[in-house]
Design a protein around this ligand. Structure first.
Ligand SMILES: [Zn+2]
Ligand SMILES: [Zn+2]
Length: 1013
């Protein structure tokens, strides 16, 4: 016996049951054991940042995709690693701790104490990794939980040290003095790839100021500049003009670019180069730094004429391009603000103000001193700190960089070897690799990888490559070194290898993308001589994982990854950092194949934000829609488009899954009645005496397996979902619909064929929908593998294409017949006399009976459809240019029907051949016919009704009514009845048919009623 199924699946409840069964039976362990020693499929998990205390639906998307392809490869017998990773350092973690402690600046963190701060950061990782693990298990993700890698492990840090030492050995490491994007709240610079994260650029309204600088050499005249960052004006040193642009002087002496002010009147015009060299008075020369500067007009080819005044305010301490220009033009560089974005002492009355606080006072002062021409507001897209959302400023700082130019050609070559899905993602990586600047790897923060740089006063830069080297060269402090981390590491000075003097480490920590980028080496044991049990559980990771540090042979086995997958923004982040590090270390890409996907938005297409109330916690989604439905939603998504996630789409998915559920329920209900007990060893029904429809379903099932196999191999879940949906429709709306009666008695071929189709489809979809698939499997396959996940992948056989094409065509004819019927507004239960089908292949002729039955017509004829009229109109935008003056004539002939239909959808009119896209074709039923047509296939329904057809329509209405009544009376589907009907004519004419279709043992005349027989 099969367990009877309820009307619809309770996804959350059955998922919890299946999770419990997996746990109890050790299903995943069994699967791993079975595949041990099999061919390898290497997947490297991109670490999730361990700073949230519940799984998000965004993260669940990526985790689902990872799980789907691991499950698929496991079914195929591949041995896999299943190592999950957590990202544990950097600003994400620090900022959360700062918030929880109410700390608002670096000074406050230092006052709080770095030891305790580090411990609090670790606590966040401990709690978060635990919560994320629980959420992932609930999602159905199978990973080697408990052997995860944590990027704050000392082992991981040592691997990065090793990388940095190698980079230094090649001469790529340098300290750069640059103007960079800077977060004043976090007190650190940001790298180019951090700026590329989503959410960094946000719309923002800033002051828009026009400021005049009086020219010392031309009294009464001035140059006018435009800026949206008032705080940079006290750092102004020059005004740039385009040497070839035309500038004009207004009556009041103001010089601006002529092209930007076309309506102004100018009393004098000069090319920019004539203004170059003029000296002017700065707006803040009363402050000490400005007073030291000789301001002048300079030439700059990059001055654009799209906004502003055509004269550009140059402050080299506050802008990247300005800083570059300062080197060319030998301009002084003023740095007005400190690390926290506040003005330095020597800026007098501005001292201590933040850049935003200073804005109003600066504008006020400009107005008082007569420098202000005009002020307003300007809305633009402006970069914000990716973590704390503070608007960024430009600031000069000394940062550590890895020069990328020498490696760039190899990076490009290696990327060309990677198989990117979708393909354009690879192009994006290529663009990034071509255009990226040097990698800024230093951050002035606390909870991060300690950069092992010890610059000595003698000029030598010491770079430490391992913990052992640190120990050997340390001067003191080793005994208190709990972890390779601030503050402990800062108390371990080393001896300079050049002069022997003690040297201290720089205070900076590393970019978090170093932490994640080293993973293909640090977790796989690259260049590690001997396997170390739990050797990855070092430093802060101790006690959190039991992960080993494998040996180099292991690395050789598992590197490079066969596949990695993350969101598109990771192209410039994790995909990039590991790629860069790998090409630097071993000269090749760390992955062979990548699946990258676009963003997740809410179901109306908006970004999800907690403050907008449109985020969905994964816990809530598990409870309300179920993990399978979430996974379905993720997997149905083409990766090149944004996913609109929500309960609306989930509802639609549940509706579609219900069709599948109902097919299984149909088999189970009738199977239980008829005592159907299939055996796993007789899965394939081909040996039975099958009917054509059965043979078709067997082939259709093979096609499903071939399609989903291809989809999984191409790492495109969307294709697997589509293949499954088409299959479900064919099973339910064709096979079961056409074979229903065969299940009312024990027709073994029908039962076995449907069972085969359902069982195979469960295997096909199990990676995407692991719970529902296993739930139904455990019911339908009672003597086979205990879980669908333990049944091996069914090898795809080539289906009989001609049989499939034949039925596909029949289904199209029926579909068109339904369209024609609905256009005629005839009800479905009204039988009709005749259907004519034109354009069908000879194979379809053998299915006339099925078509007649489906469409309730007495006769199906194949041949020309004369019942329709062809109307052809010109497609004017295309035909107009082609025909010119002849168009009018052609148009009239078409309207009069004076044309000849050629093959391939072309038409001849008066010597002109019109191509298919040049005409609009419509087939209209003539009086008394309903017509529908598509892609060469046309059907026409004779809509004329006679007495007999009307009588039969009444019969069908009556039978329907009786069957509704049966259901309402609570009768089981097999219960027999006695039936009374008021229609004498129907009873006389159709007694047997009524009895058969309502399971009546007797049909008598009387008021409509029934009773159980
Ligand atoms: Zn910040
Ligand atoms: Zn030295």
């Amino acid at each position: 016996m099969f367990a009877p199924l309820p009307d619809k699946p309770d996804h959350p409840a059955l998922e919890l049951e299946i999770l419990e069964a997996w746990e109890r039976e050790g299903t995943f362990a069994q699967l791993r054991e079975r595949n041990r020693g099999g061919p390898k499929w290497s997947f490297v998990d991109g670490p999730v940042t361990a700073n949230r205390f519940s799984l998000g639906v965004h993260t669940a998307w990526g985790r689902t995709l990872k799980d789907v392809f691991q499950r698929y490869h496991a079914l195929r017998g591949f041995d896999q690693r299943y190592q999950n990773g957590f990202d544990c350092q950097g600003l994400w973690i620090e900022v959360g701790v700062e918030r929880s402690l109410g700390l608002n600046s670096k000074r406050e963190i230092e006052a709080f104490g770095l030891e305790e701060f580090a411990r609090r950061c670790r606590d966040v990782v401990v709690r978060s990794s635990d919560a994320l693990t629980r959420g992932s298990i609930r999602l159905g993700q199978w990973m080697d939980w408990g052997n995860d890698y944590f990027t704050f492990s000392d082992t991981n840090i040592e691997y990065i040290w090793k990388f940095l030492k190698l980079v230094h050995g090649r001469g790529w490491l340098y300290m750069g003095h640059r103007s960079t994007e800077w977060c004043p709240r976090c007190g650190t610079s940001l790298s180019q790839h951090e700026l590329s994260q989503s959410g960094v650029y946000q719309e923002r309204a800033d002051p828009s100021l026009y400021v005049r600088f009086p020219l010392l050499d031309r009294p009464g005249e001035s140059v006018v500049v435009w800026t949206t960052t008032p705080w940079t004006l006290p750092a102004n040193v020059a005004a740039a003009v385009h040497p070839d642009a035309e500038y004009g002087r207004r009556e009041n002496g103001e010089w601006v670019a002529v092209s930007l002010f076309p309506d102004d009147t100018f009393v004098e015009r000069l090319p920019g180069r004539e203004l170059v060299g003029l000296r002017y008075r700065g707006a803040f020369d009363d402050l000490e730094p400005g007073s030291r500067v000789e301001h002048r007009v300079i030439a700059w080819e990059d001055v654009t004429m799209d906004q502003g005044t055509g004269v550009v305010h140059i402050a080299p301490g506050c802008g990247g391009e300005d800083f570059e220009l300062s080197k060319v033009e030998d301009l002084p560089v003023l740095t007005p603000v400190d690390e926290s974005g506040r003005f330095y002492d020597d800026y007098g009355w501005l001292h201590g103000l933040s850049t935003t606080e200073a804005a109003d006072q600066i504008i006020g002062r400009l107005a008082e001193t007569g420098f202000l021409v005009e002020s307003g507001l300007y809305t633009h897209s402006y970069p914000h700190c990716w973590r704390c959302d503070t608007p960024l400023i430009f600031r000069l700082s000394d940062d550590w960089f890895i020069s990328v130019d020498e490696l760039r050609p190899t990076l490009l070559e290696e990327n060309a070897r990677v198989h990117w899905v979708p393909e354009y993602m690879g192009k994006r990586m290529d663009d990034w690799l071509r255009n990226m600047g040097d990698w800024n790897i230093s951050r002035r923060r606390y909870y991060g990888l300690p950069l092992p740089f010890y610059p000595c006063a003698c000029g030598h830069l010491n770079v430490i490559g391992s913990k052992r080297e640190l120990a050997e060269r340390s001067v003191s402090g080793l005994e208190q070194l709990e972890e390779l981390r601030r503050p402990w590491i800062d108390r371990v000075p080393i001896r300079c290898e050049a002069c022997g003097e003690p040297v201290e480490r720089i205070p900076e920590v590393g970019d978090v993308w170093l932490d994640a980028g080293i993973v293909p080496f640090s977790t796989l044991g690259w260049e590690n001589e001997a396997w170390v049990e739990e050797g990855y559980a070092t430093g802060a990771a101790r006690g959190l994982t039991k992960a080993d540090l494998p040996d180099h042979a292991y690395w050789e086995t598992w590197f490079p990854a066969d596949w990695v997958s993350e969101m598109r923004e990771q192209i410039r982040l994790w995909f990039y950092s590991q790629f860069f590090m790998s090409v630097a270390l071993v000269g090749r890409s760390p992955y062979r194949r990548v699946l990258a996907y676009e963003k997740m938005l809410d179901e109306t297409g908006r970004e999800m934000h907690a403050s907008w109330g449109n985020t969905i916690p994964a816990e809530e989604a598990f409870a309300q829609m179920g993990a399978d439905v979430m996974r379905w939603q993720y997997c149905a998504q083409p990766p090149d488009r944004n996913l609109l996630f929500g309960y609306g789409p989930a509802h639609e998915i549940k509706r579609r899954l219900l069709t599948f559920w109902n097919s299984a329920r149909f088999l189970i209900d009738y199977g239980n009645i008829e005592g159907f007990a299939p055996s796993w060893s007789d899965l394939d029904p081909s040996g039975l005496d099958l009917r054509p429809l059965d043979r078709w379903l067997v082939e259709r099932t093979k096609q499903l397996l071939a399609d989903v196999t291809e989809a999984y191999e191409a790492t495109l879940t969307v294709d697997a979902v589509r293949a499954f949906e088409g299959f479900v429709d064919d099973v339910s709306n064709w096979y079961i619909r056409r074979s229903r009666r065969r299940f009312y008695s024990f027709d073994e071929a029908a039962f076995r064929t449907l069972w085969f189709a359902l069982v195979q489809s469960l295997r096909a979809i199990s990676p995407i929908m692991p719970f529902l698939a296993d739930h139904l499997w455990r019911n339908l396959v009672q003597d086979g593998p205990s879980s669908v996940h333990l049944a091996p992948w069914p090898e795809a056989e080539r289906p009989d294409g001609s049989l499939l094409a034949e039925i596909a065509e029949v289904r199209r004819v029926v579909e068109l017949g339904r369209q024609a019927r609905s256009s005629s507004q005839l009800k479905l239960r009204q039988p009709l006399r005749r259907l004519v089908v034109a354009g069908a292949s000879a194979d379809a002729h053998g299915h006339a009976g099925e078509i007649a039955d489906e469409l309730r017509v007495k006769e199906v004829a194949f041949g020309d459809v004369e019942a329709s009229e062809l109307r052809v109109k010109p497609n004017l935008p295309l035909l107009g240019p082609k025909l010119g003056a002849a168009l009018r004539d052609v148009r009239e002939r078409l309207a009069r029907g004076e044309f000849e239909e050629l093959d391939g959808g072309r038409f001849a009119v008066d010597g002109h051949v019109l191509e298919p896209d040049e005409v609009l074709v419509e087939r209209v039923g003539r009086e008394g016919w309903a017509v529908a047509s598509e892609a060469g296939l046309t059907v026409a329904l004779d809509t004329a009704l006679d007495d007999e057809l009307l009588l039969e329509a009444r019969l069908l209405d009556r039978i329907h009514e009786v069957n509704v009544l049966r259901k309402e009376s609570g009768l089981a589907i097999t219960d027999r009845i006695r039936l009374w009907l008021p229609d004498v004519d129907l009873i006389e004419r159709y007694r047997d048919r009524i009895a058969q279709e309502t399971l009546a043992v007797a049909v008598e005349h009387g008021d409509l009623r029934l009773e159980q027989a």
